[in-house]
Design a protein. Structure first.
Lengths: 285, 556
């Protein structure tokens, strides 16, 4: 009974703290009032304004480009690292895991500052005083941030796997690289995908590393790369949160909701395409 | 002729991390179609040997010949050998059919390359050259080969490469098997393992026995020259295991492929194999047919490991006469007078009667085994295990007879004292001859430690074992036992009297016999007289232990 009460109170607590604000936000994205709390009647005005605001559209574009590219790079690095670690000797695996663990627990501000120091140092010493800050430093920052999380997502899938699968594939005639693709990858792909999603999310809403490591480039052209988080930060320094952010966050929330629903609905579907193909083959014969 | 052997292992050794010798100077040839079993306790090197034949490990020294050709450094995907893994290693993302078809889909059939007129096209075999070059590099990096052997191998390879570069040969196109061919082969393999109805099933929905069959089908569908089986029945329950033993044996007969089987289960080895290879600490102890190994074990280790046996210390007291259990028995083996020997008597070779016999004892324990009774008889302070269909009460005084052909005598290996009936007490001391010896029980499980309560904890901290009353085999090297003159001193862990002393070159070899008639063989520089009472001391780290049962039995 007590356990039930705990479970329910947790659920209601989460619902209250997480979903009520989102619900309020969604509701108030359909009115043109500047301040939340006043209701000027239902309208799509803010949605119109959102898509007309060049500033927000540029920031959104930058954010998405950085998220996708950095998530892709960190997924490749993190997955290869996890596979390499899994098949290494105990000592080197332990070393790798400790190194991987530090960025995860480290304060982001420390990571951001140290990256800045490194980029300045490398720019001054190796490139003779050049300013390195650009899209590439920003990308490096985001990869450093999310690759360890990909590693941690892939690792348990490897541990659940029968360690002889790779050898079994070799035994049946696979070359080493093919054995990785055909025997190991299918087993860890759920971990790789969830690692990718996590990397996208981490990059999407990152502020500290972005603010420290960005330079000019991407859709911002000559100016500093503006992402959604740095844009909002810049705006609230001067005044209230821009009203157009309300429809934007609503749209982001709905996209995330759809993705999550899609994944959980498709999880348990298992269509044996091989069986169908064989049936056809035998009917023809 | 060497050509009769499908696989030939010559002086093969495997050294891990420059120090651990997993396999030491392994020599074995296997005839085509033979069923060979590698048998030994865990950690004896049997799996490493199998993995070297499969190609997952390359030998540090020596060579492996397949049909007379050296394949020591050929990668596993290029060997006509397939393996059934201990935990099956089936691909969970594929169904039964696709698992079995996996190897066939990778197979390429060579088709002779011809030009438009139908003439053979001659080309330099670049692929083979590449393979030889990678093998060349591998040998170059091997630290365990001595220089002469290395340069000989390298020169051989280099001349092969040069020859291939100079001589174009007939070349081939490699084509995939058609879906139809694959389907036929898979259907045949499914039939052999009796799984026709399950081809569309997911691996996760199969029982252990069915997964086992899929694993076998997946290996044999490739028509390998050798099928390797790494403890394939270990994960099955007893009844299933017995059934699979018979089926595997039948499959072996039907397919005619060479089987190399690894197990630690002596019964499995005896029932299935044509030849058994018994290993211990990376060294072959004995190779022979099951009957030969059972009837004529080469040493106490083999006798103890294969079947149930009574092993005693004996002394040759005359022509074909041996003394053990305080009686002079007639035997069939000839040894030197007064030589110390190990005597093996199989439980079924002891004849029990109430009318008295060569020796007398009292029934101490009786277990009904279905077909017969198993008795433990106390003869003085020695135990004797025997089996009989006759029913006697515990406590009955019985006479025992042993025919000369029931007594097998082995030359005593004087390097180590082996105590097969030792056990661990509650303080984690090993009890040899009812005296406690300080020992290191963590050696029973690699990487384990002891916690404060004295329980053994596995390396990953996930399992805990209570070793109290665990039966172990203890081994003490003869040069690790020290004689303590003062038998009252605390250092003397056990007391006995010297019953035998031989002067060997620069030292004496003594046999110290305790009150309970346990013998300790040891070397010493100092001279003692026969019948001197002495104490013995063994350092903690010099007692080697081996569990008689799996360690999992003691898990708490």
């Amino acid at each position: 009974m007590v356990k039930k009460i705990f479970a329910y109170s947790y659920i209601y607590f989460i619902l209250l703290l997480m979903y009520v604000p989102i619900f309020v936000l969604i509701v108030f994205s359909f009115t043109n009032a500047t301040y939340i709390g006043t209701w000027n009647g239902f309208s799509f005005d803010l949605y119109g304004k959102l898509f007309q605001s060049e500033e927000i559209m540029i920031a959104l574009g930058n954010t998405v480009i950085i998220a996708i590219i950095s998530a892709f790079v960190s997924t490749v690095l993190g997955t290869l690292g996890a596979i390499g670690g899994f098949y290494s000797k105990k000592k080197s695996r332990a070393a790798l895991e400790t190194i991987n663990q530090i960025p995860v627990v480290n304060a982001e501000i420390v990571m951001a500052l140290s990256l800045v120091v490194m980029f300045v140092f490398v720019g001054n010493v190796i490139f003779r005083g050049a300013n390195l800050f650009s899209f590439w430093t920003l990308l490096a920052g985001h990869v450093v941030l999310s690759a360890p999380f990909v590693y941690l997502n892939v690792k348990p899938k490897l541990q659940q796997m029968d360690p002889s699968l790779y050898e079994a594939a070799l035994d049946l005639g696979c070359s080493p690289s093919r054995a990785l693709r055909q025997a190991v990858l299918p087993e860890i792909i759920p971990g790789v995908i969830s690692g990718f999603m996590l990397a996208v999310t981490l990059s999407l809403d990152d502020f500290i590393i972005t603010a420290f490591t960005r330079g000019s480039g991407l859709l911002s052209g000559e100016g500093n790369i503006e992402t959604l988080s740095t844009l909002v930060q810049a705006k609230i320094k001067k005044g209230p949160i821009p009203a157009e952010m309300r429809p934007l966050t609503t749209i982001i929330f709905i996209i995330v909701l759809l993705v999550v629903l899609f994944i959980s609905l498709n999880r348990n579907k298992n269509v044996s395409r091989g069986a169908l193909r064989r049936k056809k083959l035998r009917e023809r014969a | 002729m060497e050509n009769n052997y499908i696989i030939d292992l010559k002086n093969v050794s495997k050294i891990f991390d420059d120090e651990t010798i997993a396999v030491d100077d392994f020599n074995l040839y296997v005839r085509k179609g033979e069923f060979v079993t590698f048998l030994g306790p865990s950690g004896c090197g049997k799996s490493t040997t199998l993995r070297m034949i499969a190609g997952f490990e390359f030998p540090s020294k020596g060579s492996i010949l397949l049909n007379g050709k050296d394949i020591s450094n050929v990668p596993p995907n290029k060997r006509p050998i397939n393996m059934v893994f201990q935990r099956y290693a089936l691909f969970p993302h594929l169904d039964v059919y696709e698992n079995i078809a996996f190897g066939l889909r990778l197979k390429r059939i060579p088709v002779l390359k011809t030009d438009k007129q139908g003439n053979k096209v001659l080309e330099i075999d670049k692929k083979k050259i590449k393979e030889l070059k990678s093998e060349y590099k591998l040998i170059q990096r091997n630290k365990h080969l001595d220089e002469a052997e290395k340069s000989e191998k390298l020169n051989g390879l280099q001349s092969q490469i040069d020859y291939l570069k100079a001589n174009p040969v007939e070349s081939y196109n490699y084509v995939k098997l058609s879906e139809k061919e694959i389907d036929n082969k898979v259907a045949r393999a499914l039939k052999i393992v009796d799984l026709e109805a399950l081809e569309d099933r997911d691996i996760s929905t199969l029982s252990g026995g069915q997964q086992q069959r899929v694993a076998i089908a997946r290996a044999i569908v490739n028509e390998p020259e050798i099928l390797l089986l790494d403890e394939p029945l270990g994960a099955l329950d007893l009844k299933m295991r017995k059934e699979m033993q018979i089926e595997l044996k039948e499959m072996h007969k039907k397919l005619g492929i060479t089987f190399i089987y690894v197990t630690h289960d002596q019964e499995e080895a005896l029932t299935m194999s044509d030849t058994i290879v018994i290993m211990k600490d990376g060294v072959i102890q004995q190779i022979g047919t099951p009957k030969k190994i059972y009837d004529e074990p080469k040493n106490a280790f083999v006798a103890d490991f294969i079947g149930e046996s009574n092993i005693y210390n004996g002394t040759i007291v005359g022509d074909k006469k041996v003394r053990f259990l305080d009686h002079n028995f007639d035997c069939e083996d000839e040894f030197q007078l007064n030589e110390k020997v190990d005597v093996v008597v199989r439980p079924e070779d002891v004849i029990i009667s109430e009318k008295g016999g060569m020796i007398e004892g009292v029934i101490d324990n009786k277990i009904f085994k279905g077909v017969n009774y198993q008795y433990v008889i106390m003869i003085g302070k020695n135990e004797l295990l025997l089996k009989s269909t006759k029913d006697y009460e515990v406590g009955t005084k019985v006479g025992l007879n042993i025919e000369p052909d029931g007594i097998h005598i082995m030359k005593k290996d004087f390097l180590v004292n082996i105590y097969t009936d030792a056990w661990i007490d509650k303080n984690n001391h090993v009890m040899i001859d009812d005296s406690p010896f300080d020992c290191d029980v963590t050696q029973l499980l690699a990487g384990s430690t002891l916690d404060e309560e004295g329980y053994l904890v596995s390396a990953d901290k996930a399992h805990k074992y209570d070793l109290k009353d665990a039966d172990v085999v203890a081994e003490i090297a003869k040069d690790k036992i020290e004689i303590i003159d003062d038998i009252e001193s605390e250092e003397a862990q056990i007391v006995g009297s010297i019953v035998d002393s031989i002067y060997i070159g620069d030292h004496y070899r003594y046999i110290v016999r305790t009150e309970n008639e346990e013998d300790f063989v040891l070397d010493s520089q100092y001279s003692y007289n026969l019948d001197d009472k002495v104490g013995l001391k063994v350092n903690k780290e010099d007692i080697k232990l081996r569990l008689k049962k799996e360690v999992s039995v003691y898990e708490i």
